[in-house]
Design a protein around this ligand. Structure first.
Ligand code: SDX
Length: 421
């Protein structure tokens, strides 16, 4: 097999080495390109550009494969807890019972946020979007946990990671409680990680709260399915911000803002809003399919398409099945699920979507489950962020341990040439 490629330019031929990964993916290593030719590459959206070598998550967009540290997502979603998957992503192996117990105990000890965080929370209007609240409060946490900023040792990193894993679900729950005008719940460390989050989100002061195992199981599965996805927009943001050594919490706060966008994690909220609009419009999916295909119409079929998956998104298959299970278990008939299935069927038979290999992605069905679990639409992307937290942390830790250089792309300047006033 060739171990390099040749580039001919200006009468010269240079060799650029090929890099091959553990799954036989290949890349041209262009680190010496500019020094040897004066040329750079140009690739808007980084559609053809790898930013790093990573051992955390493997995707095969053609085969619809997603693995965390080598384990297929289907196995982890069916057999693991979210905290076990978080440990796997961050530290590279599934935890022994003793390792899991230690992580849970370390998290329990830190499952409190400074009471002054409530003053910041109080200053937001009830109309605030919870993703903006979450990003702000995550950044605010830095002031109350200064030891998490300048981390060099693995021990310092572990301590910052535990603080974030412990406090982040509290902020997620509090963002919801604030905009609903509900009193804030403290963590209940006698519960599992996912059950504790459900308790902080749902427990009302005037009623007994008993979590439903099927609800916690569905939440656990959804969090696992969202836990990491290699170098997506928000994870790349976390890695670039972290590469300046701005600290873990600042990097995650930036990742939350990137995830908020409707083309990325914000799509799960946009899907339900789209399905509701179709239902309110008489359920005419053909009209919306036409809009999605019309180049003059900015409307896109939310929850469809993916930069990497040019076949089905394996997460969407699991979530679609889970949606049927959860709704039938809870005795809910949600008309937007029927609309979603109708849209999927139409799109899979439509040349526009088939030619462009546009399939349902992770966001297409997830909102239907969140809704059935009683989670309001504006909180869907917060749930995505809670799920993605361990992936962001794992990618930040890998970048720091690999001592990767600060992320600073080049450009091709197309503006005004020199001129004088
Ligand atoms: C997530 O990267 C990740 O891994 C992300 C994620 C993760 O886990 O982190 O998987 C989570 O973000 C999933 C994606 C959620 N977003 C949406 O559902 C929004 C709708 N989807 C699109 O906006 C789009 O498909 C993207 C953003 C997901 C991907 O965009 P790309 O890869 O840049 O593709 P593109 O915009 O260049 O589209 C290629 C063609 C274009 O048509 P042509 O110019 O070739 O004629 O496909 C069309 C697009 O117009 N197209 C769509 C479409 N998605 C792409 N047309 C209608 N509806 C859509 N949804």
């Amino acid at each position: 097999m060739e171990d390099h490629v040749k580039l001919q330019y200006n009468g010269k031929t240079i060799e650029l080495p090929l890099v091959e990964g553990s799954q036989q993916e290949k890349a041209i290593d262009i680190q010496k390109l500019r020094a040897s030719t004066g040329l750079i590459t140009l690739d808007p959206g980084f559609k053809n550009t790898g930013s790093c070598k990573s051992g955390i998550t493997y995707l095969d967009g053609e085969q619809g494969i997603l693995r965390y540290r080598g384990y297929n997502i289907e196995d982890l979603a069916a057999n693991a807890s979210f905290l076990e998957v978080a440990y796997l992503l961050i530290f590279g192996e599934l935890p022994t019972p003793a390792q899991l117990t230690k992580l849970q105990e370390d998290i329990n000890r830190e499952s409190l946020v400074d009471e002054d965080i409530k003053i910041i929370l109080k200053s937001f209007p009830k109309t605030a979007h919870p993703m903006g609240v979450l990003s702000s409060l995550t950044s605010a946490l830095i002031s109350f946990n200064p030891s998490t900023v300048d981390v060099e040792s693995e021990e310092d990193m572990y301590n910052a990671i535990v603080l974030l894993l412990a406090k982040f679900p509290i902020l997620c729950a509090w963002a919801h409680r604030k905009i609903k005008g509900l009193p804030l719940n403290y963590a209940n460390t006698s519960l599992t990680y996912t059950d504790n989050f459900g308790h902080m989100l749902f427990k009302l002061p005037h009623q007994e709260y008993h979590s439903q195992p099927e609800v916690i199981d569905a939440l656990n599965k959804l969090l696992i399915l969202h836990a990491d996805h290699e170098q997506n927009c928000s994870t790349s943001t976390v890695r670039v911000v972290g590469s300046s050594h701005a600290g873990l919490f600042a990097s995650i706060s930036a990742g939350i803002s990137a995830l908020w966008g409707p083309l990325h994690g914000g799509a799960n909220q946009a899907v339900i809003e789209m399905l509701e609009a179709i239902r309110a419009d008489g359920g005419d999916t053909s009209k919306y399919m036409a809009k999605a295909k019309d180049k003059n119409d900015p409307f896109r079929l939310m929850g469809f398409g993916h930069r990497v998956y040019k076949n089905f998104d394996p997460r969407a298959k699991i979530i679609k099945k889970t949606a049927d299970e959860v709704l039938s278990h809870l005795g809910i008939h949600d008309p937007v699920l029927d609309i979603a299935k109708g849209l999927e069927k139409q799109a899979l038979e439509d040349p526009y979507f088939v030619e462009r290999k546009l399939y349902p992605n992770v966001d297409f069905y997830s909102g239907i489950i969140y809704r059935a679990l009683g989670i309001p639409t504006e909180m869907f992307t917060v749930l995505f962020a809670l799920g993605r937290l361990p992936g962001w942390i794992a990618q930040w830790r890998e970048m720091r341990l690999n001592k990767e250089p600060i992320g600073r792309p080049r450009q091709i300047y197309v503006g005004a040439t020199e001129r004088h006033m």
